[in-house]
Design a protein around this ligand. Structure first.
Ligand SMILES: *[C@@H]1O[C@H](CO)[C@@H](O)[C@H](O)[C@H]1NC(C)=O
Ligand SMILES: *[C@@H]1O[C@H](CO)[C@@H](O)[C@H](O)[C@H]1NC(C)=O
Ligand SMILES: *[C@@H]1O[C@H](CO)[C@@H](O)[C@H](O)[C@H]1NC(C)=O
Ligand SMILES: *[C@@H]1O[C@H](CO)[C@@H](O)[C@H](O)[C@H]1NC(C)=O
Length: 423
């Protein structure tokens, strides 16, 4: 049976200048190589489902639940649609693609996934039900295996296609893709020479309960702590007013949100005030929690995740604190952790949080971040010092010369930045 797996595209990086003309002869040759190549291979490790040749600037429209590629800007390439066997023991496999440009600079670039990493080709990247209950293969493939097996297969296919090996392999991914990259660097240090990782969704077992908790602080819509979008605009204006000038430039941007000691109580409603122009005490209290690190356990001493920071208020209601609760945490506990399809996110408690972190489904997290302490008790925002360092073992990756760039957005509405900032 076909398991429902992350979808990965590996593209040998395009070497040619886009404007370069190809002779018709060259394109024809590459076109026929694309189709003969795909039929010349029989392997237990993968199946080539389709091989499609796109001449330079041809429309490429692959918009679906996992991908939005709709462009006429690409040079000529051969597109291989693959199934990669991820568990030879029972034939479980994963979907992937390999794009091979006519003109190649001998480099590979792997792309990571977002959300639930694709599921199958027809499902949505926000639907985690492919994982269970108890679908261990799908969970392991999501966690690390599909990317690794795909990387191995694609490296050899590329060498066969061009009759020469790649010189460098790169990886780029954001969110789930960022987590995939961290995992790959630590357990398969040979897979990639260089990685660009955005806002890693990591550690997932701690991100999921935080995402759920942020939503619950303001839900249900219309309850006293519920913050409507208009009120978020008000809060944003106040945060910018208080902290824009910390960097000496009045540009509407808070350059370093961690330096911003935001006092939202300046917006507190006076008696009889119109609540659309100020913050009620319930909303103010919810806001303080949204902007404070998430702790659980006795005396709230066990750190789980970093908070929203001032400045991103126009983005936050598009994510975890919007009208629709963000679905990933519910699917995570339902299908990956508890194997209970009736579980609802309103049932999240500390025992379930601990179970997710301890289960670490598919070993998707490299390590746990355990205890943090506030650096400065005067500040409400997340100034944290690690008392137990977050440490994937990257010794082997760096020893072979591996390089990584990591970035995160202060106003990220789904993954806060505390785990990308060194303290
Ligand atoms: C892709 O772009 C073309 C041209 O702009 C448009 O006609 C088409 O509807 C787009 N496809 C999708 C799935 O949005
Ligand atoms: C749920 O299923 C997964 C995968 O089969 C398993 O690892 C985990 O222990 C199960 N959890 C519970 C609470 O039964
Ligand atoms: C932990 O923090 C929550 C949220 O601020 C609070 O409601 C709860 O009373 C605290 N628990 C303890 C044991 O301090
Ligand atoms: C980290 O990995 C290196 C190389 O693989 C190994 O020698 C070392 O023992 C590991 N360190 C820890 C703390 O696991």
């Amino acid at each position: 049976m076909t398991s429902l797996i992350p979808f990965l595209i590996l593209i040998p990086v395009i070497a040619a200048q886009l404007g370069q003309q190809h002779s018709p002869f060259f394109s024809l040759a590459q076109n026929s190589r694309c189709s003969t190549f795909s039929s010349s291979f029989r392997s237990k490790a993968f199946t080539i489902l389709d091989a499609i040749y796109y001449p330079a600037y041809a429309p490429v429209d692959l918009t679906n639940g996992q991908a939005t590629v709709n462009t006429t800007a690409l040079p000529a390439f051969c597109r291989l649609v693959l199934r990669i066997v991820t568990n030879p023991g029972n034939g479980k496999d994963a979907g992937a693609e390999l794009w091979l440009p006519d003109e190649w600079n001998e480099r590979l670039l792997g792309f990571g996934n977002g959300g639930w990493g694709g599921g199958d080709h027809t499902g949505s990247m926000w639907d985690g039900s492919f994982a269970g209950p108890g679908n261990d293969d799908a969970i392991i493939d999501f966690a690390w295996r599909a990317l690794h097996m795909t990387t191995v297969v694609v490296k050899s296919l590329t060498t066969e296609f061009y009759y020469r090996p790649y010189t460098k392999s790169y990886f780029m991914g954001c969110s789930t893709g960022g987590r995939q990259g961290i995992k790959a660097m630590s357990i398969f240090p040979e897979d990639y020479d260089g990685l660009v990782l955005g806002s890693p969704a990591n550690p997932f077992g701690q991100l999921m309960p935080w995402q759920a908790r942020q939503g619950q602080l303001v839900h249900p819509v219309g309850s006293p702590p519920w913050i409507p979008e208009k009120t978020w605009n008000l809060i944003h204006a106040e945060a910018v007013k208080q902290c824009d000038m910390l960097d000496g430039v009045q540009d509407g941007i808070i350059l370093d949100p961690l330096a911003c000691d935001f006092h939202p109580e300046t917006l507190q409603c006076q008696s009889n005030a119109d609540a659309s122009t100020c913050l009620t005490s319930e909303r103010l209290s919810a806001l303080r929690h949204l902007y404070a690190p998430y702790y659980v356990g006795p005396n709230n001493q066990t750190y789980v995740f970093s908070p929203f920071v001032p400045g991103g208020e126009y983005a936050y209601p598009q994510g975890l604190v919007g009208e629709k609760l963000f679905r990933m945490p519910e699917d995570y506990y339902r299908y990956f952790v508890l194997n209970d399809t009736t579980w609802q996110v309103s049932m999240l408690d500390e025992a379930v949080v601990a179970m997710g972190i301890d289960t670490n489904p598919g070993q998707m997290d490299v390590s746990k971040i355990l205890l943090y302490q506030r650096r400065n008790h005067q500040l409400r925002n997340a100034l944290l010092v690690r008392t137990q360092t977050y440490s994937p073992n990257l010794t082997a990756f760096f020893a072979r010369g591996g390089k990584v760039l990591q970035y995160a957005g202060w106003d990220d509405e789904l993954v806060s930045t505390g785990h990308s900032v060194s303290s």
